[in-house]
Design a protein. Structure first.
Length: 290
């Protein structure tokens, strides 16, 4: 009798498990978008059940790539299943939840920060990625692959410049400015001063100063890049960001002069029309008549 009762209980548990599984599958099938929480507290409570990672999607209402992520990736059945079963998704407007955005040093959108169930950062994805790449990145991070810690371990026995650059980028977007600069300089030191990776690294450093509103240092770096990489895309970038930096500083005269110089030096650039519009705005005239 005892054996029969045990068998009956085991069979009942199996039936309930199958029923729950079927119900969950039916619920997932009905969803048209990945389920998400709207507060960090809710996300951590949901993650605690099963010790799941949390993915924080920092977005803004004006961000085009955020909308593309929302309408193309989050509506994909694979993504819906992923956030129903494997991880917890929490979406927050970074311009509203400024305290959390500041805590995680968010500087661009979309930024997706993956944390453990308690909210401690594991790593992050910067910008839009299609479904397959997006989900693979998250699974890799969960398994400790491609995280900052993983890359630092690899760098102990490697002199790969691309690896150094990846580490620098990781620090840059986490707000570790000095660490980022140190690793970008490793990229530069390991190659030629004016090769492509050095150009990317030097511009990344200048961009960090610009984002930190240290416009004097940014302008100094832009000037060096423009000179050292003359005739390349790096010089063009430096030349368009120079008047933008002057505009941010409130120096209208220098901004206009720098925009005019950009148009003269780079007449066929895609940014030439942008420069003309900015000159019109700074002068207070209709840019179409300039």
């Amino acid at each position: 009798m005892k054996i029969l009762r045990t068998f009956a209980v085991t069979a009942m548990i199996a039936v309930l498990a199958i029923a729950c599984s079927q119900k969950k599958a039916e619920t997932t099938a009905k969803l048209t978008k990945a389920p998400f929480d709207t507060t960090f507290a809710q996300a951590k409570m949901a993650a605690a059940d099963g010790d799941k990672p949390i993915v924080i999607d920092f977005y803004t209402d004006w961000c085009t790539w955020c909308k593309k992520l929302d309408t193309e990736v989050y509506t994909d059945p694979k993504t819906i299943d992923f956030f129903t079963n494997k991880m917890v998704l929490f979406k927050t407007n970074a311009e509203v939840d400024t305290a959390l955005a500041h805590k995680f040093n968010i500087s661009g959108y979309p930024t997706l920060v993956m944390t453990d169930s308690k909210g401690n950062e594991i790593d992050r994805i910067i910008g839009y990625e299609p479904t397959e790449t997006f989900l693979q990145h998250l699974q890799d991070y969960q398994n400790g692959i491609g995280t900052l810690g993983d890359l630092l371990k690899q760098a102990d026995t490697s002199k790969n410049r691309d690896l150094y650059f990846q580490i620098a980028d990781k620090y840059k977007y986490r707000g570790g400015d000095q660490d980022a600069i140190n690793w970008y300089n490793k990229v530069i030191d390991a190659g030629k001063p004016t090769d492509s990776m050095s150009g990317e690294s030097k511009f990344a450093i200048a961009d960090m100063y610009f984002r930190a509103k240290n416009y004097d240092q940014a302008l100094s770096d832009y000037g060096k890049i423009s000179k050292d990489f003359k005739g390349t895309g790096f010089a063009e970038l430096a030349d368009i960001y120079t008047p933008i930096a002057f505009t941010k500083m409130g120096d209208t005269a220098k901004a206009i002069s720098a925009f005019e110089k950009f148009i003269k030096v780079h007449p066929n650039s895609e940014d030439t029309s942008y420069a003309k519009i900015q000159i019109g705005k700074l002068k207070g005239t209709d840019p179409q008549t300039d």
